[in-house]
Write a protein of this length. Structure first.
Length: 508
């Protein structure tokens, strides 16, 4: 079973002769206790082409110390990493292997560096004896397991204790700097070891630049495509870790990529992008079960919480909790099964192949501003047609379906403008913002429509169980009102998104 620890630390250059200053003079530190020396032996793993190191990920198997086992570290921000731990074993634990899958694919991770460290530990404590931070002086010997090179150095590491104010690190650093001790140039022991022992990728994976001269449509579109592919790879482990908003962000990356293939089909050949788009649609759909459930549950809980207690009849909240637990487990299993499937790996491979050999069409060589602006205008006009059709229908089921189609068109128009923003600048940003408002309003309408269907089901189940269905019916009425309000507001919001000159300014 893996567990996660947020690691907030700073590293400093040192030599075997470096002396530590009196750290009790650092603000908040009342005492320093000597915890002795621990011998650590860690083997670091990576793919032969060092994909993990390229993304600042660290995978190691370490013996010695209180946290012996497998450690996988993901960067969060400068000096901050999430360390995911698993018990010591001879082979890479399955829980950690899954978190690496989007990056390593079917490639085996192998030992690349061994670090043996003598760690001299001190605990910095406040007046109550509570540990604020751990300071260690590490004497490190590194061995490049693929290069045969060796290196040695001494460094000081200060790691913040859990639930402690990061200002402690600033106070300690102030004392260290006054003593002439400077921050390390290397972000981690592994990065320093790789550099100083001469470990290099066996076969460096070439990262092709977007083809075409700067300013071409091909270069602009492929830069956006690469950005979305990288987002899919990065959010994969976040979904597996069940981090907040991770499913949504991964799904959005799939949708943006699929939308770009459609919008810029005169830049990238549909014979290649259409099959990939279908696979992206499949993946977004598998993830969507979890995301849609999450959104609906939050909405219904909020609606219930808004009601006066006198209008919540029967075990409504308990029923909603049971529904959430049952559907939530099923949705998460479905999302993880998709990420663990061979079909998903094939999709990632197809995306890599597309970037390595992009199927460029004639417009790819054209001026980016001209080509992208034309494509954005076309999607914007398409959205206008969908909205006009929806509003011409009577407020009933057919209009609901038409507004849902308009919502899809709004997403595509917004993504088209966002993709063009690096090329077209502020006009594209302004258009994307206006269209996003349309998308949000149509999303509110669709959420209300979906919620009504679920509330009807809850009312039927409650009635069958001998409970009052009053509360569910009341909420159904609230959702009807929310949908109607969105429909009334739509013409005004669309008017702002279709103002004269808005799309014309894209090429000015």
């Amino acid at each position: 079973m893996a567990d996660t620890k947020r690691e907030i630390e700073r590293k400093y250059e040192a030599t075997p002769r470096t002396g530590l200053p009196d750290l009790t003079r650092a603000a908040g530190v009342a005492s320093v206790t000597d915890e002795g020396v621990t011998e650590l032996d860690a083997v670091y793993y990576d793919t032969p082409d060092l994909r993990l190191a390229a993304d600042a990920l660290t995978l190691r198997r370490r013996t010695g110390g209180a946290d012996a086992g497998w450690h996988l570290k993901f960067p969060v921000a400068s000096g901050i990493r999430d360390e995911i731990r698993a018990p010591l074993s001879d082979t890479l634990p399955r829980a950690l292997a899954g978190l690496l899958r989007s990056r390593v694919r079917d490639t085996e991770v192998v030992p690349v560096v061994r670090l043996r460290s003598s760690r001299d530990v001190r605990h910095l404590r406040d007046g109550d004896g509570t540990i604020l931070a751990e300071l260690s002086v590490d004497t490190v010997h590194a061995e490049g397991l693929t290069s045969g090179g060796e290196a040695a150095w001494t460094e000081i590491e200060v790691e913040l204790a859990d639930d402690t104010d990061p200002a402690v690190l600033d106070a300690v650093e102030k004392r260290l700097r006054k003593a002439g001790i400077r921050p390390s140039d290397s972000p981690s022991k592994l990065s320093r070891a790789l550099a100083e022992t001469g470990v290099e990728p066996e076969a460096p994976a070439a990262v092709p630049e977007p083809p075409g001269a700067p300013g071409t449509a091909g270069a602009a579109v492929l830069a956006y495509v690469r950005e979305q592919v990288e987002a899919i790879v990065a959010y994969d482990p976040a979904v597996r870790r069940d981090l907040p908003d991770a499913v949504h962000q991964l799904r959005v990356a799939c949708r943006r990529l699929r939308s770009a293939f459609k919008t810029y089909r005169k830049v990238l050949d549909r014979k290649t992008t259409d099959p990939i788009g279908e696979e992206l649609k499949w993946l977004a759909g598998e993830l969507g079960v979890a995301r849609d459930h999450e959104v609906l549950d939050e909405r219904l809980r909020a609606r219930l919480d808004e009601l006066p207690r006198t209008l919540v009849l029967g075990p409504a909240k308990a029923r909603l909790r049971r529904r959430d637990a049952a559907h939530g487990r099923t949705a998460r299993r479905q999302a993880l099964a998709a990420l663990d499937s061979a079909r998903y790996l094939a999709l990632l491979g197809a995306l890599d192949a597309l970037l390595a050999g992009p199927p460029l069409r004639k417009d790819a060589a054209g001026d980016a501003r001209t080509v992208l602006a034309r494509a954005v205008r076309k999607d914007h006009a398409r959205l206008g047609g969908r909205i006009g059709h929806a509003l011409s229908l009577e407020p009933q089921h057919e209009r609901d379906l038409a507004l849902h189609e308009a919502r899809k068109a709004a997403k595509r128009a917004r993504y088209a403008a966002e993709a063009a923003r690096p090329t077209l600048g502020k006009p594209a940003k302004r258009l994307a913002k206006r269209v996003k408002a349309v998308q949000s309003l149509l999303g509110e309408h669709q959420d209300a429509v979906v919620a009504r269907g679920t509330l009807r089901e809850l009312a039927i189940v409650a009635h069958g169980a001998g409970e009052s269905a009053f509360t569910w019916g009341l909420l159904y009425g609230h959702e009807e009102a929310a949908a109607a309000a969105a429909e009334r507001e739509l013409p005004e919001v669309w008017a702002r998104a279709s103002a004269p000159g808005l799309t014309a300014s894209l090429t000015h």
